[in-house]
Write a protein that binds this ligand. Sequence first.
Ligand code: PEP
Ligand code: MN
Length: 376
Amino acid sequence: MILILKPHVDAESREYKRLETHLTNLPNIDFRVHRVQGSEQLLTEIYLIGNTAALSLDEMKSFPGVDHAVRVSEEYRVLGRHKDDSRTSEFTYNGVRFGQDNLNVFAGLCAVDSPSSVEAMMKALQENGQLCTRMGAYKPRTSAYSFQGHGKNCLPYVFELAGKYGIKVIAMEVTHESHVDEIVDALKQTGDPTGVMLQIGTRNTQNFELLKIVGRQQQFPVLLKRGFGITLDESLHAAEYLASEGNQMVIFGLRGMKTNIGDPHRNMVDFAHIPVVKRLTRMPVCIDPSHSVGTRSRSADNILDIMHVTAQGVIAGANMILVDFHPEPNVALVDGPQALRMEELPRFLEDVAIVREAYERRVALFAKKCVGVMTP
Ligand code: PEP
Ligand code: MN
Protein backbone atom coordinates (compact mmCIF):
# COMPACT_ATOMS: atom_id res chain seq x y z
CA MET A 1 0.00 0.00 0.00
CA ILE A 2 1.19 3.53 -0.75
CA LEU A 3 0.08 6.57 1.23
CA ILE A 4 0.49 9.85 -0.62
CA LEU A 5 0.55 12.70 1.87
CA LYS A 6 -0.95 16.15 1.43
CA PRO A 7 1.68 18.53 0.00
CA HIS A 8 2.04 20.66 3.15
CA VAL A 9 2.66 17.68 5.45
CA ASP A 10 6.34 17.52 6.33
CA ALA A 11 8.23 15.33 8.79
CA GLU A 12 7.88 17.93 11.55
CA SER A 13 4.11 18.38 11.34
CA ARG A 14 1.60 17.05 13.88
CA GLU A 15 -0.27 15.07 11.23
CA TYR A 16 2.94 13.33 10.16
CA LYS A 17 3.98 12.45 13.72
CA ARG A 18 0.54 10.99 14.44
CA LEU A 19 0.62 8.87 11.29
CA GLU A 20 4.19 7.76 11.96
CA THR A 21 3.28 6.61 15.48
CA HIS A 22 0.33 4.66 14.12
CA LEU A 23 2.44 2.98 11.41
CA THR A 24 5.25 2.13 13.82
CA ASN A 25 2.78 0.28 16.05
CA LEU A 26 1.19 -1.76 13.26
CA PRO A 27 2.13 -5.44 13.57
CA ASN A 28 4.07 -7.02 10.65
CA ILE A 29 4.25 -3.78 8.68
CA ASP A 30 7.40 -1.91 7.72
CA PHE A 31 7.40 1.39 5.94
CA ARG A 32 9.73 3.47 3.81
CA VAL A 33 9.36 7.18 3.23
CA HIS A 34 10.17 8.64 -0.21
CA ARG A 35 10.28 12.32 -1.12
CA VAL A 36 9.24 12.66 -4.76
CA GLN A 37 9.31 15.73 -6.95
CA GLY A 38 5.81 15.97 -8.47
CA SER A 39 4.98 18.21 -11.41
CA GLU A 40 4.33 21.14 -9.07
CA GLN A 41 5.54 20.28 -5.60
CA LEU A 42 7.58 17.94 -3.47
CA LEU A 43 5.40 15.03 -2.36
CA THR A 44 5.88 12.54 0.45
CA GLU A 45 4.98 8.93 -0.32
CA ILE A 46 4.99 6.24 2.35
CA TYR A 47 5.39 2.66 1.14
CA LEU A 48 3.93 0.08 3.50
CA ILE A 49 5.48 -3.37 3.21
CA GLY A 50 4.36 -6.61 4.84
CA ASN A 51 0.87 -7.83 5.65
CA THR A 52 -0.91 -4.84 4.13
CA ALA A 53 -3.92 -6.97 3.13
CA ALA A 54 -5.00 -6.70 6.77
CA LEU A 55 -5.12 -2.89 6.59
CA SER A 56 -8.22 -0.91 5.68
CA LEU A 57 -7.77 1.54 2.81
CA ASP A 58 -10.53 3.75 4.24
CA GLU A 59 -8.90 3.88 7.66
CA MET A 60 -5.58 4.90 6.12
CA LYS A 61 -7.28 7.56 4.01
CA SER A 62 -8.96 8.97 7.12
CA PHE A 63 -5.67 10.18 8.67
CA PRO A 64 -5.60 13.99 8.35
CA GLY A 65 -2.21 14.11 6.60
CA VAL A 66 -3.08 11.49 3.97
CA ASP A 67 -4.21 12.77 0.59
CA HIS A 68 -4.87 9.36 -0.94
CA ALA A 69 -3.97 5.71 -0.50
CA VAL A 70 -3.34 3.11 -3.21
CA ARG A 71 -3.36 -0.63 -2.79
CA VAL A 72 -0.51 -1.99 -4.92
CA SER A 73 0.02 -5.40 -6.38
CA GLU A 74 3.20 -7.30 -5.55
CA GLU A 75 4.69 -6.39 -8.92
CA TYR A 76 6.84 -3.29 -9.35
CA ARG A 77 5.42 -1.61 -6.25
CA VAL A 78 7.06 1.78 -6.69
CA LEU A 79 7.39 2.13 -10.46
CA GLY A 80 4.35 0.06 -11.46
CA ARG A 81 0.90 1.26 -12.38
CA HIS A 82 -1.80 0.21 -9.97
CA LYS A 83 -5.57 0.59 -9.87
CA ASP A 84 -6.65 4.16 -8.94
CA ASP A 85 -3.01 5.19 -9.06
CA SER A 86 -2.65 8.83 -10.05
CA ARG A 87 1.08 9.15 -9.32
CA THR A 88 3.06 11.02 -11.91
CA SER A 89 4.94 9.38 -14.81
CA GLU A 90 7.31 12.26 -15.46
CA PHE A 91 10.19 14.18 -13.92
CA THR A 92 12.25 17.20 -14.85
CA TYR A 93 16.00 17.15 -14.55
CA ASN A 94 18.24 20.15 -15.24
CA GLY A 95 15.42 21.81 -17.17
CA VAL A 96 14.63 18.80 -19.40
CA ARG A 97 11.32 16.99 -18.91
CA PHE A 98 11.15 13.21 -19.17
CA GLY A 99 7.69 11.65 -19.39
CA GLN A 100 5.70 8.89 -21.01
CA ASP A 101 4.17 11.51 -23.31
CA ASN A 102 7.20 13.26 -24.80
CA LEU A 103 10.42 12.44 -26.66
CA ASN A 104 14.06 13.40 -26.07
CA VAL A 105 16.92 12.50 -28.41
CA PHE A 106 20.35 11.60 -26.97
CA ALA A 107 22.65 11.47 -29.99
CA GLY A 108 26.34 11.24 -29.15
CA LEU A 109 29.54 9.27 -28.89
CA CYS A 110 29.40 5.63 -27.83
CA ALA A 111 32.82 6.24 -26.28
CA VAL A 112 34.67 9.49 -25.66
CA ASP A 113 37.98 9.23 -27.55
CA SER A 114 39.30 12.79 -27.91
CA PRO A 115 38.37 16.38 -27.05
CA SER A 116 38.04 17.12 -30.77
CA SER A 117 35.38 14.39 -31.35
CA VAL A 118 33.51 15.57 -28.27
CA GLU A 119 33.60 19.17 -29.48
CA ALA A 120 32.51 18.25 -33.03
CA MET A 121 29.59 16.29 -31.58
CA MET A 122 28.48 18.98 -29.12
CA LYS A 123 28.72 21.68 -31.79
CA ALA A 124 26.57 19.68 -34.22
CA LEU A 125 24.02 19.07 -31.48
CA GLN A 126 23.76 22.76 -30.68
CA GLU A 127 23.42 23.64 -34.37
CA ASN A 128 20.52 21.19 -34.51
CA GLY A 129 18.75 22.48 -31.40
CA GLN A 130 19.60 19.51 -29.16
CA LEU A 131 19.91 19.65 -25.36
CA CYS A 132 20.97 16.07 -24.61
CA THR A 133 23.72 13.68 -25.63
CA ARG A 134 25.41 10.38 -24.82
CA MET A 135 29.11 10.18 -23.91
CA GLY A 136 30.69 6.92 -22.77
CA ALA A 137 33.61 7.39 -20.38
CA TYR A 138 33.51 3.96 -18.71
CA LYS A 139 33.14 1.19 -21.31
CA PRO A 140 32.41 -2.41 -20.28
CA ARG A 141 34.14 -4.46 -23.00
CA THR A 142 33.98 -8.13 -23.88
CA SER A 143 37.76 -8.35 -24.15
CA ALA A 144 40.05 -7.32 -21.32
CA TYR A 145 42.44 -6.01 -24.00
CA SER A 146 39.99 -3.63 -25.69
CA PHE A 147 39.89 0.11 -25.00
CA GLN A 148 38.06 0.53 -21.66
CA GLY A 149 37.18 4.23 -21.96
CA HIS A 150 39.11 7.27 -20.73
CA GLY A 151 37.26 7.19 -17.40
CA LYS A 152 37.58 10.13 -15.05
CA ASN A 153 40.36 11.76 -17.12
CA CYS A 154 37.95 12.83 -19.83
CA LEU A 155 35.16 14.07 -17.56
CA PRO A 156 36.39 17.69 -17.12
CA TYR A 157 36.60 18.40 -20.85
CA VAL A 158 33.37 16.54 -21.60
CA PHE A 159 31.47 18.59 -19.02
CA GLU A 160 33.09 21.90 -20.01
CA LEU A 161 32.34 21.36 -23.69
CA ALA A 162 28.77 20.38 -22.84
CA GLY A 163 28.41 23.68 -20.99
CA LYS A 164 29.95 25.60 -23.88
CA TYR A 165 27.40 24.18 -26.32
CA GLY A 166 24.34 24.35 -24.06
CA ILE A 167 23.96 20.61 -23.44
CA LYS A 168 21.81 19.96 -20.36
CA VAL A 169 21.92 16.18 -19.90
CA ILE A 170 24.61 13.62 -20.77
CA ALA A 171 23.77 9.90 -20.59
CA MET A 172 26.88 8.19 -19.23
CA GLU A 173 27.29 4.56 -18.25
CA VAL A 174 28.70 3.72 -14.82
CA THR A 175 29.82 0.25 -13.83
CA HIS A 176 31.10 0.93 -10.31
CA GLU A 177 30.24 3.08 -7.30
CA SER A 178 33.50 5.01 -7.70
CA HIS A 179 32.36 6.24 -11.13
CA VAL A 180 29.42 8.06 -9.55
CA ASP A 181 31.80 9.78 -7.11
CA GLU A 182 34.13 10.72 -9.97
CA ILE A 183 31.23 12.26 -11.90
CA VAL A 184 30.10 14.23 -8.82
CA ASP A 185 33.67 15.50 -8.29
CA ALA A 186 34.23 16.46 -11.92
CA LEU A 187 30.93 18.34 -12.10
CA LYS A 188 31.85 20.24 -8.95
CA GLN A 189 35.35 20.97 -10.20
CA THR A 190 34.05 22.35 -13.51
CA GLY A 191 31.27 24.42 -11.89
CA ASP A 192 28.27 22.24 -12.82
CA PRO A 193 28.12 23.23 -16.49
CA THR A 194 25.77 20.35 -17.40
CA GLY A 195 23.78 17.42 -15.96
CA VAL A 196 24.33 13.66 -16.11
CA MET A 197 21.95 10.73 -16.48
CA LEU A 198 23.63 7.63 -15.06
CA GLN A 199 23.31 4.65 -17.38
CA ILE A 200 23.27 1.04 -16.21
CA GLY A 201 24.31 -1.10 -19.17
CA THR A 202 22.79 -4.38 -20.24
CA ARG A 203 25.68 -6.32 -18.69
CA ASN A 204 24.85 -4.85 -15.29
CA THR A 205 21.04 -4.93 -15.33
CA GLN A 206 21.05 -7.46 -12.50
CA ASN A 207 24.10 -6.15 -10.65
CA PHE A 208 21.92 -5.59 -7.62
CA GLU A 209 24.59 -3.98 -5.44
CA LEU A 210 25.30 -1.40 -8.17
CA LEU A 211 21.56 -0.80 -8.56
CA LYS A 212 21.18 -0.18 -4.83
CA ILE A 213 24.05 2.32 -4.83
CA VAL A 214 22.76 4.18 -7.87
CA GLY A 215 19.21 4.05 -6.47
CA ARG A 216 20.29 5.55 -3.16
CA GLN A 217 21.58 8.75 -4.75
CA GLN A 218 18.96 11.21 -5.92
CA GLN A 219 21.19 13.75 -7.63
CA PHE A 220 21.08 12.05 -11.04
CA PRO A 221 18.32 10.28 -12.98
CA VAL A 222 19.06 6.76 -14.18
CA LEU A 223 18.69 5.01 -17.52
CA LEU A 224 18.45 1.26 -16.93
CA LYS A 225 19.04 -0.87 -20.01
CA ARG A 226 17.09 -4.09 -20.32
CA GLY A 227 19.25 -7.16 -19.71
CA PHE A 228 20.02 -8.75 -23.09
CA GLY A 229 19.47 -12.34 -21.97
CA ILE A 230 16.71 -12.15 -19.35
CA THR A 231 12.95 -11.69 -19.47
CA LEU A 232 11.25 -8.31 -19.55
CA ASP A 233 9.79 -9.04 -16.12
CA GLU A 234 13.26 -9.64 -14.67
CA SER A 235 14.51 -6.36 -16.10
CA LEU A 236 11.51 -4.45 -14.72
CA HIS A 237 12.22 -5.94 -11.30
CA ALA A 238 15.79 -4.65 -11.67
CA ALA A 239 14.40 -1.13 -12.29
CA GLU A 240 12.39 -1.48 -9.12
CA TYR A 241 15.63 -1.93 -7.15
CA LEU A 242 16.54 1.65 -8.09
CA ALA A 243 13.18 3.02 -7.08
CA SER A 244 12.90 1.01 -3.86
CA GLU A 245 16.13 2.66 -2.71
CA GLY A 246 14.57 6.07 -3.25
CA ASN A 247 15.34 7.17 -6.83
CA GLN A 248 12.22 7.28 -8.98
CA MET A 249 13.81 9.24 -11.83
CA VAL A 250 14.22 6.04 -13.83
CA ILE A 251 14.01 5.52 -17.59
CA PHE A 252 13.82 2.00 -19.00
CA GLY A 253 15.94 1.28 -22.09
CA LEU A 254 15.21 -1.29 -24.80
CA ARG A 255 18.36 -2.22 -26.71
CA GLY A 256 17.65 -5.55 -28.37
CA MET A 257 18.05 -9.13 -27.20
CA LYS A 258 21.10 -11.31 -27.72
CA THR A 259 20.17 -14.18 -30.03
CA ASN A 260 21.34 -15.35 -33.42
CA ILE A 261 17.71 -15.37 -34.49
CA GLY A 262 18.17 -11.62 -34.96
CA ASP A 263 21.05 -12.06 -37.45
CA PRO A 264 22.31 -10.17 -39.39
CA HIS A 265 21.45 -7.50 -36.82
CA ARG A 266 23.66 -7.37 -33.73
CA ASN A 267 20.63 -8.02 -31.51
CA MET A 268 16.96 -8.89 -31.97
CA VAL A 269 15.08 -5.59 -31.94
CA ASP A 270 12.55 -5.55 -29.07
CA PHE A 271 10.77 -2.25 -29.55
CA ALA A 272 7.35 -3.96 -29.59
CA HIS A 273 7.73 -3.89 -25.81
CA ILE A 274 7.47 -0.06 -25.62
CA PRO A 275 3.70 0.00 -24.98
CA VAL A 276 4.02 -2.98 -22.65
CA VAL A 277 6.52 -1.17 -20.39
CA LYS A 278 4.40 2.00 -20.48
CA ARG A 279 1.32 -0.01 -19.49
CA LEU A 280 2.97 -1.95 -16.66
CA THR A 281 5.02 0.90 -15.22
CA ARG A 282 5.21 4.69 -15.05
CA MET A 283 8.71 4.80 -16.56
CA PRO A 284 9.45 6.71 -19.76
CA VAL A 285 10.87 4.24 -22.31
CA CYS A 286 14.13 4.70 -24.22
CA ILE A 287 15.18 2.88 -27.40
CA ASP A 288 18.74 2.27 -28.51
CA PRO A 289 18.63 1.59 -32.25
CA SER A 290 22.46 1.59 -32.54
CA HIS A 291 23.15 -1.31 -30.19
CA SER A 292 20.06 -3.15 -31.45
CA VAL A 293 21.08 -3.13 -35.11
CA GLY A 294 24.86 -2.74 -34.87
CA THR A 295 25.56 -2.04 -38.55
CA ARG A 296 25.17 0.72 -41.13
CA SER A 297 23.38 -1.55 -43.59
CA ARG A 298 20.68 -0.08 -45.78
CA SER A 299 18.31 -1.57 -48.30
CA ALA A 300 16.94 -0.46 -51.67
CA ASP A 301 14.87 2.36 -50.18
CA ASN A 302 18.19 3.98 -49.16
CA ILE A 303 17.15 4.13 -45.50
CA LEU A 304 19.59 2.72 -42.93
CA ASP A 305 18.25 -0.17 -40.82
CA ILE A 306 19.14 1.96 -37.76
CA MET A 307 16.77 4.66 -39.01
CA HIS A 308 14.06 2.10 -39.80
CA VAL A 309 14.12 0.66 -36.30
CA THR A 310 14.27 4.15 -34.77
CA ALA A 311 11.07 4.92 -36.66
CA GLN A 312 9.53 1.65 -35.45
CA GLY A 313 10.26 2.69 -31.85
CA VAL A 314 9.05 6.26 -32.25
CA ILE A 315 5.79 5.23 -33.90
CA ALA A 316 5.17 2.94 -30.93
CA GLY A 317 5.55 5.86 -28.50
CA ALA A 318 9.23 5.78 -27.43
CA ASN A 319 10.17 8.64 -25.07
CA MET A 320 13.93 8.75 -25.53
CA ILE A 321 16.37 7.73 -28.25
CA LEU A 322 19.97 6.84 -27.45
CA VAL A 323 21.91 6.78 -30.70
CA ASP A 324 25.60 6.56 -31.62
CA PHE A 325 27.18 9.24 -33.81
CA HIS A 326 30.85 9.92 -34.56
CA PRO A 327 32.64 12.58 -36.65
CA GLU A 328 35.00 9.91 -38.02
CA PRO A 329 33.44 6.46 -37.50
CA ASN A 330 36.38 4.68 -39.17
CA VAL A 331 38.71 5.81 -36.36
CA ALA A 332 36.21 5.51 -33.46
CA LEU A 333 37.65 3.37 -30.64
CA VAL A 334 34.32 1.64 -29.89
CA ASP A 335 31.41 0.67 -32.15
CA GLY A 336 32.49 2.69 -35.21
CA PRO A 337 30.60 0.37 -37.61
CA GLN A 338 27.23 1.35 -36.14
CA ALA A 339 27.90 5.09 -35.74
CA LEU A 340 25.94 7.60 -37.79
CA ARG A 341 27.89 10.49 -39.30
CA MET A 342 27.64 14.10 -38.26
CA GLU A 343 26.17 15.12 -41.62
CA GLU A 344 23.39 12.56 -41.08
CA LEU A 345 22.17 14.27 -37.89
CA PRO A 346 19.73 16.77 -39.47
CA ARG A 347 18.07 14.05 -41.56
CA PHE A 348 17.94 11.67 -38.61
CA LEU A 349 16.15 14.34 -36.54
CA GLU A 350 13.78 15.19 -39.39
CA ASP A 351 12.89 11.53 -39.83
CA VAL A 352 12.23 11.26 -36.07
CA ALA A 353 9.99 14.37 -36.23
CA ILE A 354 7.98 12.90 -39.13
CA VAL A 355 7.36 9.68 -37.24
CA ARG A 356 6.66 11.38 -33.91
CA GLU A 357 3.99 13.46 -35.61
CA ALA A 358 2.49 10.27 -37.04
CA TYR A 359 2.48 8.74 -33.53
CA GLU A 360 0.69 11.80 -32.14
CA ARG A 361 -1.90 11.56 -34.92
CA ARG A 362 -2.41 7.89 -34.05
CA VAL A 363 -2.96 8.80 -30.38
CA ALA A 364 -5.54 11.43 -31.42
CA LEU A 365 -7.24 8.93 -33.73
CA PHE A 366 -7.65 6.35 -30.99
CA ALA A 367 -8.76 8.98 -28.47
CA LYS A 368 -11.92 9.47 -30.55
CA LYS A 369 -14.92 7.34 -29.65
CA CYS A 370 -15.89 4.75 -32.26
CA VAL A 371 -19.39 5.49 -33.51
CA GLY A 372 -21.65 2.52 -34.22
CA VAL A 373 -19.02 -0.07 -33.37
CA MET A 374 -19.29 -2.38 -30.39
CA THR A 375 -15.99 -2.63 -28.50
CA PRO A 376 -15.31 -5.59 -26.25
C1 PEP B 1 26.12 1.62 -24.61
O1 PEP B 1 25.02 2.22 -24.66
O2 PEP B 1 27.21 2.17 -24.79
C2 PEP B 1 26.12 0.18 -24.30
C3 PEP B 1 27.25 -0.47 -24.02
O3 PEP B 1 24.91 -0.35 -24.35
P1 PEP B 1 24.41 -1.77 -23.80
O4 PEP B 1 24.68 -1.78 -22.33
O5 PEP B 1 22.96 -1.77 -24.16
O6 PEP B 1 25.19 -2.82 -24.56
MN1 MN C 1 28.53 0.85 -27.87
